[in-house]
Design a protein around this ligand. Structure first.
Ligand SMILES: Nc1ncnc2c1ncn2[C@@H]1O[C@H](COP(=O)(O)OP(=O)(O)OP(=O)(O)O)[C@@H](O)[C@H]1O
Ligand SMILES: [Mg+2]
Length: 438
C-alpha cells in the first residue's frame, strides 16, 4: 500500500487540532504546529503534502506564514480555515496562494472532500496569472489556467477546436484568444451564431449569395467563409445548425471549397474553424440530430470549459475585473465590496456562469450609492438548497433543533416546545412551515 499522505495542521487551538486530526488520521499522517513559526520549522525537516492553516494565531498568523511559504518556493497546497465573518482574509490568503478555504465551524465532510480534491489534482502550483498568453479576461492558474496551458499548444496550429461548456462560461472569449495567439492574429476573426438564423439565412451568412438567388437577394453578398479568408471563423452554437447546412459545412471543412447560394463558381477558402456548443453533440449524433462525420471533423481538439461553480476561486478575480470595467463604464468610484457581498456570491451556484456574475456586478454598480458594494445590492439569488443566503444557517439550525427536541421528548410537542423555549403554538407553526413530520 502506498504511504499515507501527510497533512500539517497549523492552529493555536489545541482542541481544534485534536478534533480535526481525529477525523483525518485514519487516512492521513498528521503533523501539528501551534503557529506559523513552528510550521515553518517543521517544513524545514519534514515532507508535507498539504497544510490546513488557521488564520488567527498569536505568534505568526496564517497570512504571514503563507507569504513565507511562497518565498521558500514551496508548492504545498494550503487550505485556509477562517472564521465565518472573515471572508476578506480568505480572499487575501487565496491571493497569497492558498488553494481553498473553509469556514469555522469546520464541516468535516466538506473538509475531507477539499483535501481529497487538492491531493488528487496533479498541479499543486500556487495561483498566479500566466502572462504569456493573450486572453482578454482574468483567470487563476488552478481554474481556467489549466485549460489555457493546453490552448498554448493548440493555438499556434491550424487545428479545428471544439469548445464545449454551459452558457456564459466564456466560450467566445476563449475562441478569440485562440485566434489572438495564432499566426492568423492579424487576419479577421469572424463569428457566426448558428442559432440566430433560419436555414436560408444561415447558408447565405456562411457562403454568401449571388444577386437574385432568392427573393430579396438584391445584390451579391459575400459570406463569412470568404470574408474570413486567411483568418479564423467562429461557429457559435454549432449544435443548432440545420442538418442540410451541416452537409455543406462538412464539405468546406474537408475540401476548403464552396459555392455561393445561387452561384456556380467554386470558391477556395483558407479559414481556421473554432466551433462552440452548449449542447451534448455526442448525444445529438446518437439521436440523429447531428452528422457523425461533421462531429468528428469538428471534434479534432475538444476543450471543455468548466462551469463557474466548479472554479469558485476565480470569483474574487472576476469580481475585481468586472468592478473595474463597470465603474469605468458608469463613471462611478467603486473601490471594492463588503465581505457579505462576496460571501453571498461564493455560496451561489451561478447557473448563468460568468455572464450572470457580470450582469450582477453591472447591476450592483448601477444601484450602488457608496464606494463599496454591499450585499443588499444583490438580486435575490436562488441557492441550490432552496434557502436565501444568510437565512440558511438559522433555518437549518432551527429545523435541527426542533427535530432533536422532538426526538428527545418522544414526539411530545408540549415538552418539545418547553425544551426549545417557545410556545406550543410557535412550534406548531414551525412544524407546518418546515414540513416536519412528527
Ligand atoms: N475569464 C474571464 N474574465 C473576464 N470576463 C470573462 C471571462 N470569461 C467570460 N467573461 C465574460 O463573460 C461573458 C460571457 O462570456 P462568453 O460570451 O465568452 O460566454 P459563452 O460561453 O460564449 O456564453 P453563451 O453560451 O451564452 O454564448 C462575456 O461578457 C465575457 O466577456
Ligand atoms: Mg457565446
Amino acid at each position: 500500500m502506498a504511504d499515507k499522505k501527510r497533512i500539517l495542521i497549523v492552529d493555536d487551538e489545541e482542541n481544534h487540532r485534536f478534533m480535526v486530526g481525529l477525523h483525518l488520521k485514519e487516512n492521513y499522517d498528521i503533523l501539528e504546529a501551534q503557529n506559523g513559526l513552528e510550521a515553518l520549522n517543521i517544513l524545514d525537516d519534514e515532507h508535507v503534502d498539504l497544510i490546513l492553516l488557521d488564520v488567527k494565531m498569536d505568534v505568526m498568523d496564517g497570512l504571514t506564514f503563507l507569504s513565507h511559504l511562497r518565498k521558500k518556493n514551496l508548492n504545498i497546497p494550503v487550505i485556509v480555515i477562517s472564521a465565518f465573518n472573515n471572508v476578506r482574509t480568505a480572499v487575501e490568503s487565496m491571493k497569497l496562494g492558498a488553494l481553498d478555504y473553509i469556514t469555522k465551524p469546520v464541516d468535516i465532510e466538506i473538509l475531507k472532500n477539499q483535501i481529497e480534491n487538492l491531493l488528487e489534482s496533479e498541479d499543486k502550483n500556487e495561483m498566479e496569472l500566466v502572462e504569456d498568453y493573450v486572453y482578454e479576461g482574468v483567470y487563476s492558474k488552478e481554474g481556467l489556467g489549466k485549460i489555457i496551458d493546453v490552448l498554448k499548444l493548440v493555438a499556434p496550429t491550424d487545428a479545428t477546436v471544439l469548445i464545449m461548456g454551459e452558457s456564459g462560461t466564456g466560450k467566445e472569449l476563449v475562441a478569440r484568444s485562440i485566434h489572438l495567439n495564432s499566426p492568423r492574429k492579424n487576419e479577421p476573426f469572424l463569428a457566426v451564431n448558428c442559432a440566430a438564423l433560419n436555414e436560408n439565412l444561415i447558408e447565405s451568412e456562411l457562403f454568401g449569395h449571388e444577386k437574385g438567388a432568392f427573393t430579396g437577394a438584391e445584390s451579391r453578398k459575400l459570406g463569412k467563409f470568404e470574408l474570413a479568408n486567411g483568418g479564423t471563423l467562429f461557429l457559435d452554437e454549432v449544435g443548432e445548425l440545420p442538418i442540410s447546412t451541416q452537409a455543406k459545412l462538412l464539405r468546406v471543412l474537408q475540401e476548403g471549397t464552396f459555392e455561393r447560394v445561387g452561384g456556380t463558381k467554386t470558391i477556395k477558402t483558407d479559414v481556421r474553424i473554432i466551433a462552440a456548443t452548449n449542447r451534448d453533440l455526442e448525444k445529438m449524433v446518437q439521436e440523429g440530430k447531428f452528422r457523425e462525420d461533421l462531429y468528428y471533423r469538428l471534434n479534432v481538439f475538444p476543450v471543455k470549459l468548466p462551469p463557474l461553480r466548479e472554479r469558485k476561486n476565480e470569483i474574487p478575480l472576476l469580481l475585481d475585473f468586472f468592478i473595474k470595467k463597470y465603474s469605468q463604464k458608469f463613471q462611478k468610484i467603486i473601490k471594492g465590496y463588503e465581505d457579505g457581498f462576496l460571501e453571498k456570491l461564493m455560496r451561489y451556484d451561478f447557473p448563468g456562469n460568468i455572464r450572470e456574475l457580470e450582469n450582477i456586478v453591472e447591476r450592483s454598480i448601477i444601484l450602488a450609492r457608496s464606494e463599496r458594494l454591499t450585499s443588499d445590492l444583490l438580486p435575490p439569488l436562488k441557492y441550490s438548497n432552496g434557502f436565501d443566503s444568510g437565512v440558511k444557517n438559522i433555518k437549518e439550525h432551527e429545523i435541527e433543533a426542533i427535530k432533536n427536541a422532538l426526538k428527545e421528548t418522544g414526539g411530545n410537542k408540549t415538552k418539545a416546545a418547553e425544551l426549545l423555549g417557545i410556545s406550543r403554538k410557535t412550534l406548531h407553526n414551525k412544524l407546518k412551515e418546515y414540513n416536519i413530520e412528527v
